[in-house]
Write a protein that binds this ligand. Structure first.
Ligand code: 5GP
Length: 209
C-alpha cells in the first residue's frame, strides 16, 4: 500500500504471545520475511543480548538504571519484570508507526499483551501453543538449559498457557509451515475487515460520486 493513498487506515497492531518453546520467534521471523512492510516492534530490555542479537533490531538493550529512567519518564505503554529482567514497549515509537499506517508486530508475554489491549483495543491478539505439554518439554530440553532453569520456564509456560483463553486467535504449532500459514491468514483477513477500511471506502465513494 502506498503512503499517499487516500483514507489510508491506521496501522494494524498484531500482538503475539506464546510460552517459551512454542516456536513463536521462528514463526515471527518467517512472517516478517513474507511481509517486509510489517515492522517488528523493538522492545527495550535489561537482559543481556544473546549471540546473534543486534541492539536496536532485536531489542534496545539497556542497563537497569536507564530502563528505570524511561519508566519514570512514562515512556512505556507497558513494562514487566520477567525472569528478573525488565521488558517494555515504547508508546511513542508504537504510535508513530501506527499513525503513519505501518503495521506492527509485537512479541510480548501475556501480562504486557493485556495492557496493550487496554490501550489498543483494535489490536489483534494471537497466542501460539505447542501441540502438547509433552512436546513443549521435549523442545525445552533440546535447548540444553539446566534442569532448574527448565523447570522454571515450564512452570511459567503453564501459567501463560492459561492466558490463551482471552486472545482473539490461537495457533497450535504442529508444523512450522502450517503455523506460519495460519498466522499469515489471520493477518491477511484482518487487513480486509470492513471496519478497518471505512476511511478508504469513504474516500473511494467520494471520488466515485
Ligand atoms: P526473551 O528474553 O526470550 O527474548 O523474551 C522473554 C519474554 O519477554 C517473551 O515472552 C517475550 O515475548 C517477552 N517480551 C519481549 N518484549 C517485551 C515487552 O516489551 N513487554 C513485555 N511485557 N514482554 C516482552
Amino acid at each position: 500500500m502506498s503512503n499517499d493513498q487516500p483514507g489510508r487506515p491506521q496501522g494494524l497492531l498484531l500482538t503475539v504471545s506464546a510460552p517459551s518453546g512454542a516456536g513463536k520467534t521462528t514463526i515471527c521471523r518467517e512472517f516478517l520475511r513474507l511481509f517486509p512492510d510489517v515492522r517488528f516492534s523493538v522492545s527495550c530490555t535489561t537482559r543481556p543480548p544473546r549471540p546473534g542479537e543486534v541492539d536496536g533490531k532485536d531489542y534496545v538493550f539497556l542497563t537497569k538504571e536507564a530502563f528505570r529512567e524511561r519508566i519514570d519518564r512514562g515512556e512505556f505503554v507497558e513494562w514487566v519484570e520477567n525472569y528478573g529482567e525488565l521488558y517494555g514497549t515504547s508508546k511513542k515509537t508504537m504510535d508513530a508507526f501506527l499513525e503513519q499506517g505501518t503495521d506492527l508486530l509485537l512479541d510480548i508475554e501475556p501480562r504486557g499483551a493485556r495492557a496493550i489491549r487496554e490501550h489498543y483495543p483494535r489490536g489483534v491478539f494471537v497466542f501460539i501453543l505447542p501441540p502438547s505439554l509433552a512436546e513443549l518439554k521435549a523442545r525445552l530440553s533440546r535447548r540444553g538449559e539446566s534442569p532448574v532453569a527448565m523447570e522454571r520456564r515450564l512452570r511459567t509456560s503453564q501459567d501463560e498457557i492459561g492466558e490463551a483463553l482471552w486472545y482473539d486467535y490461537v495457533i497450535f504449532n504442529e508444523t512450522l509451515k502450517v503455523a506460519v500459514d495460519q498466522f499469515r491468514s489471520i493477518y491477511v483477513a484482518e487487513r480486509c475487515r470492513r471496519d478497518r477500511l471505512e476511511k478508504r471506502i469513504s474516500a473511494f465513494l467520494d471520488r466515485a460520486g
